[in-house]
Write a protein that binds this ligand. Structure first.
Ligand code: SF4
Length: 368
C-alpha cells in the first residue's frame, strides 16, 4: 500500500512520522501550488466547496506520483462536508484510477466502519500499543508545529529581524520530519523555544491586534489564504489565529472534546445556539472572545459559498456592532487574487490605526 492524503497546515510532518512507524508507505502530495488548484477546479463540480477542489488536486498529484490509496477524513453535515469524501471518490473512480479510497468517518456512523478504516490506515495490523505510541509522538509533533506557527504570527511584528524568525522556525519544522522518539522531539523543542526567545525585539508602542476566525481549511492553510498572517505581521500587526488544526482534529475524535471549541460555543450562545456545520459557531464565539480581549479588529476567512460561514457572517456583524469591533470578511476561492486581498487587508489595518489614534470611535470609521 502506498497512501496519499490531503495537505492541511503541517499535517504532512506528523503523518510522515506516524506512518513509517506503522509500516505504511506514504506518498505526500507535492506542496499546494497553482497546478494543484487547477487540477481540482477542473475536475470538481463548479459549485463544490473550494477546500474540496484543492484536496482533490492533492489526491491526484499524489496518485500521479504512485499512490494507490487515498486517506481522507469523513465529515458531518449539515453543510456539504458530509459528502466531500464520497464525491472525491466518485470523481477519482470516474477518471479510471484503480485506487482504494479509505474514508475515516466518525464512529457515530458505525464503529465497525470506523475500526475497519483505522485498521487499513495502520497497515492491516491493529495493535493498540503500537498505535498509541506512534500516535502520541505524531500528535505531540503536530501540536508543536502549531506552537511554532503561533509564535511566527505573534512575534513577526515584534522582532527586529523577521528573516531570523522565519529561518529558525522553518529549520525546526524540517528537523521535525526526522523525529523518531520523544526524547528527540523534546530536544528540538527546547532548542527552538530558546532560539525564538533570543531573537532581539524592537521597542514599540502598543501594537494593533487582529484576531483571525473562520473555516478551518482557509484559516489554517497559508498556501491558500495568501499567507495573510505574514502580510499582517509585516504591517506591524500582532496576529492571533483562533482556528487550530489540533483542536479541530481533537474535536472529531471519539470520547474527547476540544475545551477551546466548547468555550467558543458558550460565548456564541447569546447570538447562535445551534450547530450550523463547519466552524460557524466557532467563528461567532471567537469574535466575541476577541472583543472581550480588547482586540482592535477581526478578520473572517472562509471559502466563497461556505454555508456555515455565511450564516456566521451575518451574526458576526451584530457582534461587531454590539462590541464596537471592526470585522473584515474575506471569502476565498479559485478566483481570489493576491493583489485584491492585500489591498483590502492594508486598508483595514489603516482604518484600525486611525481608530486607535481617534480613541476607537465608531464603526462608521470602517465604512459599516
Ligand atoms: S464548512 Fe463550508 S467549506 Fe467546509 S464543507 Fe461545509 S460548506 Fe463546504
Amino acid at each position: 500500500m502506498k497512501a496519499t492524503f490531503p495537505h492541511l497546515a503541517h499535517l504532512d510532518i506528523a503523518l510522515g512520522v506516524l506512518y513509517p512507524t506503522l509500516g505504511v508507505e506514504i506518498i505526500p502530495p507535492p506542496a499546494i501550488s497553482k497546478k494543484t488548484i487547477e487540477i481540482g477546479v477542473k475536475l470538481a463540480p463548479q459549485n463544490a466547496c473550494f477546500p474540496l477542489k484543492v484536496t482533490l488536486g492533492n489526491f491526484l498529484e499524489g496518485i500521479e506520483m504512485g499512490a494507490d490509496t487515498v486517506f481522507m477524513a469523513g465529515g458531518v453535515g449539515p453543510c456539504r462536508f458530509g459528502y466531500y469524501g464520497q464525491v472525491q471518490k466518485l470523481i477519482i473512480e470516474d477518471m479510471g484510477y484503480d485506487v482504494r479510497f479509505v474514508l475515516l468517518d466518525h464512529p457515530r456512523y458505525g464503529w465497525k466502519q470506523f475500526l475497519d478504516a483505522i485498521k487499513i490506515m495502520m497497515g492491516g495490523r491493529f495493535s493498540l500499543v503500537r498505535a498509541k505510541r506512534a500516535a502520541t509522538l505524531a500528535w505531540q509533533i503536530l501540536r508543536f508545529t502549531e506552537e511554532l506557527e503561533n509564535s511566527r504570527r505573534s512575534l513577526r511584528c515584534q522582532v527586529e529581524d523577521t528573516h531570523t524568525l522565519d529561518t529558525t522556525i522553518d529549520r525546526t519544522l524540517e528537523q521535525l520530519r526526522s523525529v523518531d522518539h520523544m526524547g528527540k522531539l523534546v530536544r528540538i523543542r527546547d532548542q527552538a523555544r530558546e532560539a525564538l526567545r533570543e531573537i532581539p525585539r524592537q521597542k514599540q508602542e502598543r501594537m494593533i491586534r487582529v484576531g483571525i476566525v473562520g473555516e478551518v481549511y482557509i484559516a489554517q492553510e497559508k498556501r491558500i489564504n495568501f499567507n495573510i498572517d505574514r502580510l499582517l505581521g509585516d504591517l506591524g500587526v500582532y496576529v492571533d489565529n483562533s482556528v487550530s488544526t489540533v483542536e479541530y482534529i481533537l474535536h472529531t475524535l471519539p470520547f474527547v472534546r476540544s475545551q477551546e471549541k466548547l468555550e467558543a460555543w458558550k460565548l456564541a450562545k447569546p447570538y447562535l445556539n445551534r450547530f450550523v456545520g463547519g466552524e460557524g459557531i466557532d467563528s461567532v464565539g471567537s469574535t466575541v472572545r476577541y472583543a472581550q480581549w480588547g482586540f482592535d479588529g477581526v478578520i473572517h476567512l472562509y471559502p466563497f459559498t461556505c454555508m456555515p460561514e455565511v450564516v456566521a457572517k451575518g451574526i458576526m456583524n451584530q457582534v461587531g456592532k454590539d462590541h464596537d469591533l471592526p470585522i473584515l470578511h474575506l471569502a476565498i476561492d479559485e478566483h481570489a487574487g493576491e493583489a485584491g486581498l492585500v489591498t483590502r487587508v492594508e486598508a483595514f489595518v489603516d482604518v484600525l490605526e486611525r481608530r486607535r489614534k481617534m480613541g476607537r470611535k465608531t464603526l462608521e470609521a470602517v465604512g459599516r
